[in-house]
Design a protein around this ligand. Structure first.
Ligand SMILES: C[S@@+](CC[C@H](N)C(=O)[O-])C[C@H]1O[C@@H](n2cnc3c(N)ncnc32)[C@H](O)[C@@H]1O
Length: 327
């Protein structure tokens, strides 16, 4: 099923069309595991996407503005090297930084096709409508899907640049990241380019502050997962019966976000026919955000079939942007 709002916009909806029970199985598996986990894509309903946009503006959240500055500095070169006519963004969210790449493509008359791919339908629709207004003549083919499952829905529209920004790759454990990028590689044609943004390993205090902001927006974002469970799957639990916890796991060089139960409670999820008991102080892991260094990023790219072409970083080595090619 494809839905059309404007002649320049096509929205493909594999998420709800194919295997609607996938998410239910993932939630059940995670809550029965030890430690208990929930899939991070569950954060992103309309409210979750808006909260993430607010996180990107926080003074403590250095990642977005650093990546934005790097893109601003290097977008022309990236577009010139890649000669891309189609930009595909996996986990596109609000596509704010993406505009820098779209501008660079438009400046050299290479901008024909944009593919925002995200699990949140509201944000794919909003971004598509904004961008056809901002870039006259641009064709948008949005995909509302899970990028671990629905990559074959990426349409063909010329020489491609596929991008993953915002540290999204860090939300996957090492093996899953490798499998994901290998699948991305299989969907690409030889000669297509890939731009991967990674958040780099840095000082623990800076990292932990970025996920424990003073205004409590990250806490609201984390607890939103409980609201999504309530709204979409009929769970009875209250998000305020959990505390937000974010800490750096040095051994696995990743920030972990957890929800810590404030009391002994029962999490009954009607639609999943699932009842989970939580003790006071027991935690559910909701997100990992793995930090990389250049060798780790290069190894991930090479093992997934990519050849590194350029590595860009900021003076404080906070963000890496790897431009790679499918040989
Ligand atoms: C960390 S945010 C990054 C957003 C944006 N790219 C940026 O740089 O600000 C991750 C984005 O990926 C999306 N996402 C997370 N898991 C996904 C999945 N499995 N499939 C598709 N999109 C996913 C989320 O909805 C969210 O918009």
């Amino acid at each position: 099923m494809t839905s059309q709002t404007d002649p320049a916009i096509t929205i493909d909806l594999p998420l709800t069309r194919e295997d609607p029970d996938l998410l239910k199985r993932e939630i059940t598996r995670g809550l029965l595991a030890n430690p208990k986990t929930l899939p991070s894509k569950l954060f992103y309903d309309e409210r979750g996407s808006t909260l993430f946009e607010q996180i990107c503006e926080l003074p403590e959240y250095y990642q977005t503005r650093t990546e934005h500055q790097l893109l601003t500095r290097w977008a022309d070169e990236i577009v010139s090297i890649s000669e891309a006519e189609e930009l595909v963004e996996l986990g596109s969210g609000a596509a704010t930084k993406t505009r820098v790449l779209l501008d660079a493509m438009a400046n050299v008359n290479q901008l024909h096709y944009f593919v925002p791919f995200d699990v949140d339908e509201t944000i794919v629709r909003r971004v598509s409508e904004e961008l056809v207004r901002e870039y006259p003549g641009l064709h948008i083919h949005g995909v509302v899907g899970d990028f671990l499952v629905h990559l074959e829905h990426i349409p063909e529209g010329g020489k491609r640049l596929v991008v993953i920004l915002g540290g999204t790759i860090g939300n996957l454990p090492a093996l899953a990241a490798h499998e994901f990028l290998s699948s991305v590689n299989s969907e690409m044609a030889p000669g297509d380019y890939f731009l991967l943004g990674v958040q780099l390993i840095t000082d623990r205090n800076r990292l932990e502050a970025a996920y424990n902001d003073q205004q409590g927006i990250t806490a609201k974002f984390n607890k939103n997962i409980i609201r999504v469970l309530h709204n979409q799957f009929g769970s009875q639990s209250d998000s305020e019966s959990f505390d937000h916890v974010a800490r750096y796991n040095e051994a696995d060089h990743r920030i972990e976000m957890w929800l810590c139960s404030r009391e002994d409670q029962t999490l009954g999820i009607q639609d999943l026919d699932l009842t989970v008991h939580l003790k006071q102080g027991e935690e559910i892991r909701t997100e990992i955000s793995t930090k990389y260094d250049r060798p780790l990023a290069e190894e991930l790219l090479a093992s997934s079939g990519f050849a590194l072409v350029k590595w860009y970083s900021d003076p404080d080595s906070l963000i890496g942007l790897a431009l790679a090619k499918k040989p």
